[in-house]
Design a protein around this ligand. Structure first.
Ligand code: AMP
Length: 399
């Protein structure tokens, strides 16, 4: 069974074609600058060099058509006919409280996703555009939606209700939702598999640390708390996002700097985080280099970041009444031995200690716990596309 996985942004579209009999990736690619000058598609058949085509791509429908052409191409294609394509799975950011797991897409589901646009005004419209483009170009191919928020729908009320008047939850659905759910789901389940232990018996803290970062408490395979909130701005320090701050800072800065609400929103989303503290870059590699050269603000950014993550690990161990496994994933979590060691420093009291040698690993699965560490510490590269492909296969096979 061949399944196309699509992750659609407002001006970009990432895709992977899976052969689900072997769970292997046959081809992948990226359509960039949709609706902007200089649009192009980069397509890679597994085992071959990437092929780049610069062409006008005014909208997502044209983007999807180009993806299909690339997949059917005689040279770098992987399908001999569209009949081989069994289904398309889409990453969708926000499903509000409507879906706690992946679903087959139909008119009713699409209406529900449109209802969620106020909760994710930047992401959901782009995801919906991608789904509608596929419906137009491939009307008979079944489609599935896999949601970033779904895994966190198992959080108990006391973890998702904010301390503001309850009416705002009733009126606007203001609550903690959490994001990166597909990644937290994948790495927690993969961690249990790596350890050969049933996930139902494990208390796991998963640290998805990338440009955007979130930490999740996974108790018995279910998300019980997560650091992102109503939006992906909350939680630990991120590339350009501030993470947790005192909310009273917003009116204070707005007044002091004569900014309006939109300006403050941009300030906290785009100019804060590692970039804001370091004054240098949002990319952790730049910050590690600068800190190694002795730059004080970059050292501070590393310290704020690792201290914030460490506090969440402690908090989530308390929330679950223990911790058996700590998992690091995403760009920073998979690649930065420095951040992993800074985060784990001083956590020996709760049974977490890592082995310096084993920690010297990049981008691959590894158990980096020191011998005798009560808590297993794992690096697990995330694979959200594989989860989307698996869910899509399951849902179209059930029908
Ligand atoms: P992601 O959003 O998961 O793609 O993660 C992107 C971030 O991972 C980048 O902004 C970098 O800061 C970080 N990253 C990637 N590779 C490394 C590395 N080798 N060392 C440190 N940080 C890295």
């Amino acid at each position: 069974m061949k399944i196309l996985v699509i992750n659609c942004g407002s001006s970009s579209l990432k895709y992977q074609l899976f052969d689900m009999d072997k769970e292997s990736v046959l081809a992948k690619g990226l359509v960039e600058r949709i609706g902007i000058d200089g649009s192009r598609i980069k397509h890679t058949k597994t085992g071959m060099d990437a092929v780049l085509q610069e062409t006008s791509i005014p909208d997502h429908k044209v983007g999807i058509k180009l993806v299909i052409e690339a997949l059917l191409d005689k040279g770098h294609g992987v399908l001999s006919s569209l009949d081989e394509l069994s289904a398309v799975g889409h990453r969708v950011v926000h499903a509000g409280e409507k879906f706690a797991s992946s679903v087959r897409l139909d008119a009713k589901v699409m209406a529900a996703l449109k209802d969620c646009i106020p909760l994710a005004p930047l992401h959901n419209p782009a995801n919906i555009m991608g789904i509608e483009a596929v419906s137009e170009v491939l009307p008979s191919v079944p489609q599935v939606g896999v949601f970033d928020t779904a895994f966190h729908q198992s959080m108990p009320e006391h973890a998702f209700i904010y301390g503001i008047p309850y009416g705002y939850y009733e009126k606007y659905k203001v609550r903690r939702y959490g994001f990166h759910g597909t990644s937290h789901y994948y790495v927690s389940h993969r961690a249990a598999e790596m350890l050969g232990r049933p996930i139902e018996k494990l208390k796991i803290v998963t640290c998805h640390l990338g440009n955007g970062s979130s930490i999740t408490a996974v108790d018995g395979g279910r998300s019980v708390d997560t650091s992102m909130g109503f939006t992906p701005l909350a939680g630990v320090l991120m590339g350009t996002r501030c993470g947790d701050i005192d909310p009273a800072l917003i009116p204070f800065i707005a007044q002091a700097e004569k900014l309006d609400v939109k300006d403050v929103d941009i300030l906290l989303n785009k100019k804060s985080g590692i970039l804001g503290v370091s004054g240098l870059s949002s990319d952790l590699r730049d910050i590690e280099d600068a800190a190694a050269r002795g730059e004080a603000r970059s050292k501070l950014a590393l310290a704020v970041l690792s201290y914030g993550i460490r506090k969440y690990i402690g908090a989530y161990a308390a929330a679950m009444g223990g911790i058996d496994v700590l998992v690091f994933t995403a760009g920073v979590g998979e690649n930065s031995a420095l951040i992993r060691s800074m985060v784990c420093e001083g956590l020996e009291f709760m049974g977490i200690s890592i082995d310096r040698e084993k920690n010297n690993v990049r981008g691959k699965e590894a158990d980096i716990g020191a011998e005798g560490s009560k808590v297993r510490v794992l690096v697990v590269p995330t694979n959200e596309e594989l989860v989307i492909a698996r869910d899509t296969k399951r849902l179209v096979s059930e029908a």
